[in-house]
Design a protein around this ligand. Structure first.
Ligand SMILES: [Zn+2]
Length: 81
């Protein structure tokens, strides 16, 4: 089962790993740049995912982690790398 990302209102902190749901909840109102950095730390350091290339986030199985469209819309440069 692959990790997915869910935007959450009123989250304490930038991003929180939720092992029961295999998802990372990210604060919908946090700066996207900070959220992406926090996501990468959780994926690579906490979950042992392969190192991201060109800023692309990956699941621990190596599959690409899809970001919520709402998050990408706020940061188009994140997709381009
Ligand atoms: Zn996976």
């Amino acid at each position: 089962m692959c990790i997915h990302i869910a935007l959450t209102e009123g989250l304490t902190g930038l991003a929180v790993w939720d092992p029961d749901e295999v998802r990372i909840r990210v604060a919908s109102d946090a700066p996207v740049r900070d959220v992406l950095r926090e996501l990468r730390d959780i994926l690579i350091i906490d979950l042992g995912a392969p190192t991201a290339r060109c800023g692309q986030l990956r699941c621990f199985c190596g599959m690409r982690v899809e970001l919520p469209e709402e998050l990408l819309l706020r940061c188009p440069a994140a997709e381009a790398g």
